[in-house]
Design a protein around this ligand. Structure first.
Ligand code: PEP
Length: 670
């Protein structure tokens, strides 16, 4: 969970805030101030809380790269090029500071800290009156900002960290960049939190990948399949339908053996398109491709639109937009959605004659919003489209970040967000072989109510027979649905087993694997557990991998050896990317269901050791991020003490998860 600016005391504190004021500039004049306006609520809040100083930093274009390009172009066009005036008009932050002053009016005085850069500004900042907003020069004038090595990044980060007791990151548009001012700075400032814009972006975008209100319909358009592969694969995990539009649809149609005329097709991506079609089938997601088209003989705004009533496009035509049959299909698909994510136009909407498909999509998504559907628009072109049709305010959320929103939808961890996360406690209830459907429903209903205001990540794992019932109750709540096991095979003659696909079909989010009862009662080996872990991860599930020693092993001093071996073997061949979907539950077998709990210190020692094992396997960042739960007779009386330990990030609860009056205080421990 990210920590937001309103969770910390700002009174008399010096705040250093990263904003994304990378706005289009022409001759020193701001052309579109959307991003400046988007940061104002956080700026005003910080000032209203009585911060001692507020220093803003941002990049604005890339002076080095942009000027190189502009110079080459000028030379090619036979024009003269003046570097100083080019940079002044495009990359200097002073005019942006002046624009911010206009927007803030009397709310604050904005001062620019000088063209000499971001170093050595402490005295300047300290000499300002409280309530002043200080704008630093463009961070990208310093090559350390975007350096590829920690030493250079840290040099600038340390200098910037001097200006604040608290780092606020509100630059969602730059959150995917691992730069000095977006991420490294957090290493040197005592407290790092997210601003309100960042919080809003995460609130809307993250659940699409982790736990959307279903059915989820994803509309993905744009020119290139190659730039959207990862997002398509990620969305497939939760979407009931993937609408593929824009030029990338022609690559998919060609992969299906359809004629695409002179349309833009990425021949080197046809195999990828086939694989995505295959994966969609496996995931049970419908792929919606154009059924008819509007074509043109040339790619030109003035080109004459030609109706193509069938899916096949004649040789002389380029596909430019979708036709009426496709639009009718879009209407049906969109009307069923409870969540819609839209990234990329479905036609060449910039040319009025070919804008109809995209306009109708924008209207359908807006109408869905009005009926209570959660709608999220991200990516430069689809944002431009909703703006063009005047529908931006009719969407639940229009993202301010192109690359950042795409990477978040790909399920990636963004450096600028990660540094603002507090500890992500994850409290899970394992209901084992308890409860009829009716009893499970009663418990689920009670927990949906009692945990509504809970601040952590929650999961309940009922028996297989109650999954559907409980899944229905949890829909739209903050509690994930878990399964207690999963077959190691995809399908086939495995009497008594339940497959990953069947669990997906039931809406399961997380699978508990390697529980001590599976290991010791049902004799599951590390190799079998590893097979299940990889299978579950490949289907997009989160996995809780349980490890832990028996009493005999503890008495023989083998705790570390057992935990190391079970962790290493359980995670064998699990990629670093897939690891972000793994939680480890340390469950000493002698403590499970016995009423005996490891002391917080003993549990902490093992958790610390397991984290070190992960560090060896996957590096320090992965070790810092992995969630390690403790399990073994956790109850309302010991939960808070256990969670207070440095390396304990949550709990896997058995017996005490069966009653709302026991699980609720554990889940809401403070
Ligand atoms: C468990 O089943 O994973 C567990 C920890 O059980 P209990 O909390 O009852 O010890």
């Amino acid at each position: 969970m990210v920590k937001t600016v309103n969770t910390v005391d700002l009174k008399d504190k010096r705040v250093i805030m990263r904003v994304d004021f990378n706005v289009p500039m022409k001759d020193g004049v701001v052309q579109d101030d959307t991003r400046i306006r988007a940061a104002i609520p956080t700026i005003k809040y910080i000032l209203a809380q009585g911060a001692k100083s507020l220093t803003l930093m941002s990049h604005l274009g890339d002076p080095a790269k942009d000027s190189e390009k502009a110079k080459a172009k000028a030379l090619k066009d036979g024009k003269s090029f003046n570097l100083t005036s080019y940079i002044k008009g495009k990359h200097r932050m002073a005019p942006v500071a002046a624009h911010l002053q206009k927007k803030l009016g009397k709310a604050a005085n904005v001062v620019f800290a000088g063209e000499d850069g971001c170093y050595n500004k402490k005295n300047f900042i300290d000499s300002q009156k409280p309530g002043t907003v200080i704008m630093l020069e463009n961070t990208r004038f310093h090559k350390e900002e975007t350096a590829k090595n920690a030493k250079d990044l840290d040099k600038l980060a340390k200098a910037l960290a001097e200006y604040g007791d608290i780092f606020v990151n509100d630059a969602f548009g730059t959150a995917h960049r691992d730069h000095a001012s977006t991420a490294s700075i957090a290493k040197f400032v005592p407290v790092s939190v997210a601003g309100f814009l960042m919080e809003k972006e995460i609130k809307y975008l993250e659940p699409i990948v982790t736990n959307p209100v279903k059915p989820l319909v994803a509309i993905i358009g744009g020119a290139k399949v190659s730039s959207k592969i990862a997002v398509l694969e990620s969305l497939l995990k939760n979407a009931s339908a993937l609408v593929i539009g824009g030029a990338m649809a022609y690559t998919f149609l060609k992969a299906q053996g359809k004629k695409t005329g002179k349309s833009l097709v990425e021949d080197d991506q046809i195999d990828t398109a086939r694989k995505i079609l295959e994966a969609a089938k496996k995931a049970g997601a419908e792929i919606v491709l154009p059924l008819d088209h509007v074509g043109a003989e040339k790619f030109d705004a003035a080109a004459k639109p030609v109706k193509v009533a069938s899916v096949n496009i004649p040789d002389r035509l380029i596909g430019m937009d979708v036709g009426p049959k496709t639009i009718a299909r879009y209407r049906q698909v969109i009307s069923k959605a409870k969540t819609i994510v839209w990234n990329g136009p479905v036609g060449v909407f910039e040319f009025n004659a070919f804008a109809k498909g995209t306009e109708v999509v924008a209207k359908l998504v807006a109408a869905a919003t009005a009926k209570g559907c959660i709608t999220v628009v991200g990516g430069g072109d689809s944002v431009a489209a909703v703006n063009k049709f005047g529908l931006a305010s009719k969407m639940s959320h229009v993202s301010t970040g192109g690359g950042a929103s795409l990477e978040l939808l790909e399920g990636r961890k963004l450096p600028g967000i990660e540094v603002t996360r507090g500890r992500d406690y994850f409290i899970a209830g394992n209901w084992k072989m308890h409860k009829t459907r009716k009893e499970a429903a009663d418990l689920a209903n009670a927990l949906v109510k009692s945990l509504k205001t809970g601040k952590h990540k929650y999961l309940v794992a009922p028996t297989f027979t109650a999954l559907e019932t409980v899944g229905g109750i949890l829909k739209g709540s903050n509690i994930l649905l878990g399964a207690q096991n999963c077959a190691a095979e995809e399908q086939g003659a495995h009497t008594g087993e339940v497959s990953a696909l069947q669990l997906k079909d039931l809406g399961v989010n997380v699978i508990i694997l390697g529980h001590s009862e599976r290991r010791h009662v049902y004799k599951e080996s590390d190799a079998l557990i590893n097979k299940k872990v990889k299978l579950a991860l490949s289907h997009g599930f989160e996995v809780i991998l349980c490890i832990g020693e028996t009493l005999e092993e503890r008495e023989k001093g083998k705790v570390e050896a057992v935990c190391k071996s079970q962790t290493e073997k359980g995670l064998k061949s699990v990629s670093p990317e897939a690891l972000s979907n793994v939680t480890i539950a340390y469950e000493p077998v002698w403590a499970i269901g016995t009423g005996k709990t490891a002391t917080p210190d003993d549990a902490q020692a093992v958790h610390k050791f397991v984290r070190a094992v992960i560090k060896k396997l996957y590096g320090s960042l992965a070790a810092k991020r992995i969630v390690i739960q403790y399990g073994g007779s956790v109850n309302p009386g010991n939960a808070a003490q256990l969670m207070a330990m440095e390396d304990i990030d949550g709990a896997l609860v058995g017996g005490a998860s069966l009653k709302p009056e026991l699980f609720t205080p554990i889940a809401k421990f403070s």
